[in-house]
Design a protein around this ligand. Structure first.
Ligand code: SF4
Length: 147
């Protein structure tokens, strides 16, 4: 309950996990809860697993046999500005065969905008200004918030 960056677990057996909103809600233009979460999600662009990291049961977990083979170390600390420049074809090529396609381009770039807004890096301002004109309203709206 205390590890969650978005205070999504107010009590035992209660959750309104931000990860679900940031991974699944790529069609909803305005969800008040998501808007409220923006400052709390920090620089995460694909949800968060902080509660799994602190779960005492997970100390028994072992690495799955396919995890090494499918690991994408280049995505551990991605260049957010570079991600923001991906067009539809670039997004599909970059994440082919991965669950990251789930968010679709509009969902991932929405999350990138939120992360850049939270980081407050001046070098991202120009990229965010361009994203304000993205044909996807979901991206444009969050770029406007972030820049
Ligand atoms: S995955 Fe992250 S946001 Fe969701 S409940 Fe766990 S700590 Fe909170």
């Amino acid at each position: 309950m205390t590890a969650c960056p978005t205070e999504a677990i107010p009590g035992p057996f209660q959750s309104r996990c931000a990860t679900m909103y940031f991974l699944s809600h790529n069609r909803v233009k305005k969800v008040q809860y998501l808007v409220d979460l923006r400052p709390l999600i920090g620089n995460r662009i694909y949800g968060c697993d902080d509660c799994l990291a602190v779960c005492p049961w997970n100390r028994f977990a072992r690495e799955g046999r396919m995890m090494s083979a499918y690991a994408r170390p280049e995505l551990a600390t991605p260049d957010l500005v570079e991600l923001l420049s991906l067009d539809e074809a670039g997004f599909r090529q970059r994440f082919a065969g991965t669950p990251m396609l789930r968010t679709k381009r509009r969902g991932l770039l929405r999350n990138v905008c939120v992360a850049l807004g939270n980081v407050g890096d001046e070098t991202a301002v120009s990229a965010l200004e361009q994203a304000v004109n993205d044909p996807e309203p979901l991206i444009a709206e969050h770029a406007e918030w972030a820049h």
